[in-house]
Design a protein. Structure first.
Length: 201
C-alpha cells in the first residue's frame, strides 16, 4: 500500500479531542495573559485563549464584562483547556458573581520560603512573564495549567502562589482548593526594582 495513503488512513483513525461546552459567569478576562476564568455550576474554570478563538453575540472577547453569562466551547490541548468559541448568553445587568476569599499569606512568608526552601512557591503568570523576571526558586505553572499539573505540587510542603497582582494567584488557590489542595495567595504587585523581583503589598 502507498505509504502516503497509510499515513492519511492512520491520521483519520486518530480521534479528535472532544469539545465540551462550559456555561458560567465571566470572572477574569485577560487578553495579555490569554486566560478566561468562568464561575460555573461545578466551580471555577481557568480556560486558555485558542489561537483562532471566535466570539459570538459580541464584537470581540474584549467586549465581555465581569459577571456576564457566557458559553465557552473548549477542548483539551496538553495541560490546557483551550477555547474555540465564546458566546455571550446574558449581560450581567447588575448580577453579582462574588467568590469566596482565597487564603492569603504575607509577603514575608514568600521571602522566607525562598530563602529557606520552607514552602513550594508557584508563579502562575504566563511562560513569557516568567521568562522576563521571576523569583529564584519559584516554579512556573501558568493559571490555565494549574489543575492539570497539580500532581507536581508536593504534599510535604506548604504551597505559596503569586502572580502579577494577586488576582490570578487568588483564582489558582481557589482552583486548588476545589481539588482538595491547600495553598495560600501572596497578594500584591510583582515589580522588578534594581534588577530584583519584589512583591509590593
Amino acid at each position: 500500500m502507498n505509504r502516503l495513503l497509510v499515513v492519511v488512513l492512520l491520521l483519520a483513525a486518530v480521534p479528535a479531542a472532544r469539545a465540551d461546552m462550559l456555561t458560567g459567569q465571566m470572572i477574569i478576562n485577560s487578553k495579555d495573559a490569554k486566560v478566561l476564568v468562568l464561575k460555573t455550576a461545578a466551580g471555577l474554570a481557568a480556560l486558555a485563549y485558542g489561537p483562532d478563538m471566535k466570539a459570538r453575540g459580541i464584537e470581540s472577547v474584549d467586549g465581555l464584562q465581569t459577571c456576564d453569562r457566557v458559553d465557552a466551547e473548549v477542548a483539551p490541548a496538553g495541560p490546557n483547556r483551550v477555547i474555540s468559541t465564546v458566546s455571550l448568553q446574558k449581560r450581567a445587568d447588575g448580577a453579582t458573581c462574588d467568590l469566596p476569599p482565597a487564603p492569603t499569606a504575607p509577603v514575608d512568608d514568600l521571602y522566607q520560603a525562598l530563602s529557606h526552601k520552607s514552602a513550594f512557591v508557584v508563579d502562575v503568570r504566563t511562560v513569557e512573564e516568567f521568562a522576563q523576571a521571576h523569583f529564584e526558586g519559584a516554579v512556573n505553572i501558568p493559571l490555565t495549567e494549574i489543575e492539570a499539573r497539580r500532581g507536581e505540587l508536593p504534599k510535604e510542603l506548604p504551597i505559596l502562589v503569586y502572580c502579577a497582582s494577586g488576582r490570578r494567584s487568588g483564582i489558582a488557590v481557589l482552583l486548588l482548593k476545589q481539588k482538595g489542595i491547600a495553598a495560600k495567595n501572596i497578594r500584591g504587585k510583582f515589580v522588578v526594582k534594581d534588577g530584583k523581583p519584589q512583591i509590593i503589598e
